[in-house]
Design a protein around this ligand. Structure first.
Ligand code: NZQ
Ligand code: ZN
Length: 385
């Protein structure tokens, strides 16, 4: 196991009826800005619960954060914060609302140039406003990590940043808020969680990090078992609770420590969303099987463990182990309603050229060993037509 030093400061408030506890977390004299998306929280009662919990506070609100949140919209929120003198933000929604809030709290205090530099140049964040979250879509882990992904529509870019200053102070995880998720978002959430785990688990590593591996296998087995149940019985509390807690652990940082991480699937996927607007999880469902196929030699040990521990696959020869495991992953994604080929989304050679050109411009070498070059990306995408 490699050396590491890590802290995750996010307070988790988990369970039924816990939204009311946000009032215990936000100082009573603070001006609060609630940030949310396109209105799902107004339909499912979450908005009312939040407003009740905040009675007595000076509350402002901003709605209209888009899925794959836009930089342009985030900057409008920064203006509202300055105009109203907001002290504390509350993100109510899925990963997009939480990611937008992370960028906003950093941009509000960013004084050394254009806040876009935080994303495009990794400009240092020195200060950020405090914020909490009420999660309504288990998927990204954003409620319990310090990362954020923002899209700039004008230039078709989707970029990420991270800073310990943008950890939420607290996150409320009430699984009943997820009962109203449409099947497409249930599937997206499970696929995203699955791929967060494989980006950290399915890596080439000569050392041993058995505890992390077993934790990840437990998470994978949980979502493979519970994911399909959430589609069949949307109001099964324990199913929703297991999925919600698993998605936070998949990307809260703890199990990723001590071993190398990959993230190639995510980085290629972000370009497909930037150019063509695919849902984040749709891009991952296309690309992960391609990464497994092209990189199978270096990842073989872990592909075999994934097959055996999660899907019960045992084959004597390497080729069938890899084939069967990739097939099981694809079938699982498809069973969650998320299609796994570019052509399923009307994309083909033109998309491959565009993504590869951008990867060449960026000169990124992806993967845990830095060997996923633009040529390898072309091979991966071509396999996924
Ligand atoms: O906008 P509203 O009306 O709220 O509707 C949302 C949205 O249309 C809806 N929804 C959310 N909760 C609901 C609900 N509908 C009914 N009932 C509920 N309880 O779901 C739609 C999608 O929401 P969104 O927040 O976009 O989805 P998700 O949580 O999958 O977030 C995706 C974003 O997170 C980024 C992705 O790149 C993408 O931009 N990621 C963030 C990460 C992080 N910060 O660590 C890591 C991830 O890998 C990912 O990149
Ligand atoms: Zn993801």
């Amino acid at each position: 196991m490699e050396n590491f030093s890590f802290v995750n400061p996010v307070k988790i408030i988990f369970g039924k009826g816990t939204i009311q506890q946000i009032k215990d977390e936000i100082p009573s004299d603070n001006k609060v800005l609630i940030i949310y998306g396109g209105g799902s929280i107004r339909k499912n009662g979450v908005y009312d619960q939040v407003m009740n919990a905040l009675s007595g506070y000076e509350v402002h609100e901003f709605s209209g954060i888009e899925p794959n949140p836009h930089y342009e919209t985030c900057m409008k929120v920064v203006d509202v914060i300055k105009e109203k003198g907001v002290d504390y933000l509350l993100a109510v929604g899925g990963g997009s609302v939480i990611d937008a809030t992370k960028f906003i709290v950093a941009a509000a205090y960013f004084e050394s140039g254009d806040p876009w530099d935080i994303l495009s140049k990794g400009a240092e964040i020195k200060k950020a406003l405090p914020f909490g979250t009420v999660l309504t879509l288990p998927a990204t882990g954003s409620e319990m990590n310090d990362g954020s992904v923002i899209s700039r529509i004008g230039i078709q870019e989707k970029l990420s940043f991270g800073s310990p200053l943008v950890y939420p102070k607290f996150s409320v995880l009430d699984p009943t808020t997820t009962y109203t998720l449409p099947p497409r978002q249930v599937g997206n959430g499970v696929v995203d969680t699955f791929v967060h785990i494989t980006e950290q688990y399915l890596t080439h590593y000569d050392g041993d990090s058995m505890l992390q591996d077993k934790m990840f296998e437990g998470l994978l087995r949980t979502i493979v078992e519970e994911g399909p149940k959430a589609l069949k019985t949307p109001t099964d509390y324990d199913v929703r609770a297991n999925l919600m807690w698993a998605s936070s652990w998949a990307l809260n940082g703890w199990f990723g420590e001590g071993a190398p991480q990959d993230w190639a699937t995510h980085m290629i996927g972000h370009e497909l969303t930037a150019f063509y607007g695919l849902d984040h999880a749709q891009t991952l469902a296309i690309i992960l099987p391609g990464v497994m196929r092209v990189m199978w030699r270096s990842k073989f040990k872990k592909i075999r463990s994934l097959g055996y521990e999660v899907f019960g696959i045992y084959k004597v020869d390497q080729a069938s182990t890899v084939d069967e495991t990739i097939k099981a992953v694809e079938e699982f994604f498809e069973s969650m309603g998320v299609k796994t080929h570019l052509s399923d989304y009307g994309l083909g050679d033109e998309a491959i050229d565009k993504v590869c050109k951008r990867m060449e411009e960026r000169q990124w070498k992806l993967g845990e060993s830095g060997d996923i070059t633009p040529d390898v990306i072309r091979e991966i995408l071509t396999l996924r037509k």
